[in-house]
Design a protein around this ligand. Structure first.
Ligand code: ZN
Ligand code: ZN
Length: 222
């Protein structure tokens, strides 16, 4: 196989993703294949894809070869997991997510991708409801449906957890929380959920607003 420049590889990736999306919609035909950048011809990219053994053209239809399928599948998996990560964990705005997810899909290694997938609890779909192709990690932990990371508001009283991440918002001033000892890495116990959330942070017992408990992401500890 010819070696490609980084730019060519990026164009090829972009085209493979487009073909994946078209195939999901059942319309992977040459007439629907339009790449985003104005200066390039779709025919030119299709030629690259065929040269690299990534797609076959049958009449009007664009079909993946096995290698093309695997490469596209990996790209889509990384992209949709990145979307989940940015929307669920970092709560980024929709318009910001797209650019960042595009960058991440090219830099995540397979191992890192599986870590992100596990971290998120092997989500079946992206925030738009589109299926995330499964990875090795999802097969291994199929039985373990409980996500590794959950919101403090969704665990049962009496559970010991470690704080993983705090989603900053106006409600939960990070400065205020850290003055109470609520910072990532700290181990806490949820004592009570209603009417207010009561936590034990080391020797201190504190009450916090339920809305704030929504913004604290935790991992269960044994
Ligand atoms: Zn999506
Ligand atoms: Zn997984």
């Amino acid at each position: 196989m010819k070696s490609r420049t980084p730019t060519e590889n990026e164009r090829i990736d972009e085209a493979l993703e487009l073909i994946w999306l078209l195939r999901e919609e059942g319309r992977a035909f040459l007439s629907n294949f339009k790449v985003s950048s104005d200066d390039e011809y779709p025919e030119e990219i299709i030629r690259l894809l065929i040269e690299d053994g990534l797609v076959n053209i049958k009449g009007e239809e664009i079909d993946f070869t096995e290698r093309g399928y695997e490469r596209a599948r990996g790209l889509i998996r990384r992209y949709r997991l990145a979307e989940r990560l940015f929307s669920d964990v970092f709560e980024l705005r929709e318009d910001l997510i797209k650019d960042d997810a595009c960058r991440v899909e090219h830099i995540l290694s397979n191992e890192l991708t599986d870590s992100v997938c596990t971290f998120l609890g092997h989500p079946p779909t992206c925030p738009h409801g589109k299926p995330i192709p499964r990875g090795e990690c999802c097969k291994k932990y199929r039985v373990d449906v409980e996500p590794l990371i959950t919101r403090l508001s969704s665990i049962e009283p009496g559970t010991d957890v470690k704080i993983v991440f705090i989603v900053p918002s106006q409600k939960s001033s990070v400065v205020k929380l850290s003055s109470m000892g609520i910072i990532p890495g700290v181990r806490i116990r949820l004592l009570q959920k209603k009417p207010t959330i009561i936590l034990q942070v080391e020797e201190t017992v504190i009450a916090i607003d339920p809305e704030i408990a929504d913004e604290i992401l935790v991992r269960k500890v044994a």
